[in-house]
Write a new protein. Structure first.
Length: 484
């Protein structure tokens, strides 16, 4: 008699930041749709919870967090309050503090998994974000269950990490000994690294945010990659084969851990996100309905970017000088040291009725709207991939992390965007004239026309990957099979 197939129960652990929650939840939804009966439990790490008030896990995990009432029934959610750390200020903190806080989740996560297994179908797989590798791989190994890694950025960023881990770019000893934190001087950066275009120093990911943590965070990434490469069951990359073909081919050749390119599924982008950390202002869609086709510049710098007041003023003046229609996601905290409400009122009043400013957008719906003709972006990987999936050309103004690398691909490799250039490099400030010029180039100029055509073609190629027998479709099936 044939054995009944084991029912899968996947527990997914995200990094609790917007750019990480979204891709993990989308992947969970894809998994949940693969097989009837597969159970996916999404763990909301609640670092804002007051540790002293947190109820015991056994009671807690049966109560979904408030967001769980939101639309998605395929993926159930449980809340895991963290104990002894307070991340209520989120990512305005040092990233190292954040990573150290992650380390503390291991004992509670282990208890949660044991408890879930006692009260329902046993947990058969742990799925977790690359950036939370160190505690979650330990838990998976201890419990004897396979761990799947979700790599939320592009494959090229992962390959760079691989090269760094191998000492191909610079040795870790040299990194550790770097006395100033001004960034890693990549010894071979002008050399051709297999699977990547020739990269320049300015393309290399850096972590200059609240403070410069480039060196420490590169060390962190290499440690995580060493663990994933040797102990994980598989790595899922949120990108598709056709987009980074030679990178995926090189990664598969040089890594022992299987790599699955399972992104970017338009279908999963179109579902309600259910992971938004801010309330989406859906009223902007009605405003977009009133605007001519391809006339609106959508502006968003993601969830982490902070602009100086001087830079903001130059940006605003350049935007207004360009005389384009715009929809701007101006979240509280985007600009240092300004009065939020009066700044928003000022932008709207000076835009001659051409601009709408909101706190947080339903971004996928905005990018899919026919009135949107361009995306002024910080090039976070989610924004980049959502723009590609919707065929929207980009204006690239990378801020930090993987964004410079993404911008390099958007502009020079895929040719679906233009770069914001600084005319006075010694000041580091992008001036009003630079902003005005690049916006007009995208929205009205021949360069804009070209990248818009390229973006339309790339959208079609992206759509192919998730069709039956497309590359992402096949990889997802193969991943499911590997778990049998
Ligand atoms: C972070 C890093 O900064 C980024 O470089 C990395 O690639 C992922 O993690 P973030 O800066 O927030 O992410 O940018 P991004 O990757 O673009 O993710 C933002 C997410 O928030 C996207 O999925 C986007 O759709 C969503 N979003 C953004 C909204 O839903 N509404 C908005 O108004 C703005």
């Amino acid at each position: 008699m044939a054995m009944a197939k084991q029912q899968h129960h996947v527990v997914a652990v995200p990094v609790p930041a917007q750019g990480h929650l979204n891709p993990l939840m989308r992947f969970c939804k894809l998994l949940a749709k693969q097989q009837p009966g597969i159970i996916v439990t999404f763990v909301d790490l609640d670092f804002a919870a007051d540790a002293a008030d947190a109820p015991p896990l056994a009671q807690e995990h049966h109560n979904p967090c408030p967001a769980a009432a939101a639309p998605h029934s395929l993926v159930r959610r449980v809340r895991l309050p963290s104990r002894g750390v307070d991340l209520s200020n989120g990512f305005s903190l040092s990233f190292l503090e954040v990573f150290h806080a992650f380390l503390s989740i291991a004992p509670d996560l282990e208890q949660l998994i044991l408890s879930l297994s006692r009260h329902g179908p046993p947990v058969t797989c742990l799925l977790s974000d690359f950036n939370i590798t160190l505690p979650t791989q330990d838990v998976a190994d201890k419990l004897g269950i396979p761990r799947i890694v979700l790599y939320p950025c592009c494959a090229s960023r992962l390959l760079l990490t691989h090269y760094l881990t191998q000492g191909e770019l610079v040795s870790l000893e040299e990194v550790k000994e770097a006395s100033t934190a001004t960034g890693i001087e990549m010894r071979k950066v002008f050399c051709k690294l297999a699977g990547l275009p020739t990269l320049r120093n300015e393309d290399i990911p850096h972590f200059k945010h609240v403070t410069d943590e480039t060196v420490s965070l590169w060390i962190n990434s290499t440690k995580s990659w060493q663990v994933c490469a040797t102990r994980a069951h598989a790595v899922v990359v949120n990108s598709f084969e056709d987009l980074e073909a030679s990178t995926f081919a090189t990664l598969s050749k040089c890594c022992n851990v299987p790599i699955y390119d399972v992104g970017i599924w338009v279908e999963s982008l179109n579902e309600e996100s259910a992971t938004s950390l801010w309330e989406e202002d859906k009223g902007c869609l009605a405003w977009l309905d009133q605007q001519p086709t391809s006339s609106v510049l959508y502006i968003s710098f993601g969830s982490i970017t902070i602009l100086s007041k001087t830079q903001y003023e130059e940006f605003l003046n350049g935007l207004l000088a360009s005389k384009q229609r715009f929809l701007w996601v101006f979240r509280a905290g985007l600009v240092d040291d300004i009065d939020y409400s009066s700044s928003v009122a000022q932008i709207v009043s000076e835009s001659d009725g051409k601009g709408l400013v909101i706190n947080w957008a339903p971004q996928q719906q905005v990018l899919a709207h026919p009135s949107v003709g361009g995306f002024f972006t910080h090039c976070g990987w989610n924004s980049t991939s959502e723009s590609i999936a919707n065929g929207v050309p980009m204006l690239c103004w990378p801020y930090f992390a993987d964004q410079p690398l993404n911008a390099r691909f958007i502009v020079d490799e895929w040719k679906v965007g233009l770069r914001v250039k600084c005319s006075k490099e010694n000041t580091g400030l992008i001036e009003k004239g630079d902003i005005d010029k690049v916006i007009r180039a995208l929205m009205e100029g021949p360069e804009g026309k070209l990248v818009r055509e390229n973006a339309t073609k790339l959208k079609e190629r992206c759509g192919q990957c998730s069709l039956e027998n497309g590359s992402s479709y096949r990889k997802l099936k193969a991943l499911m099979k590997s778990l049998e």
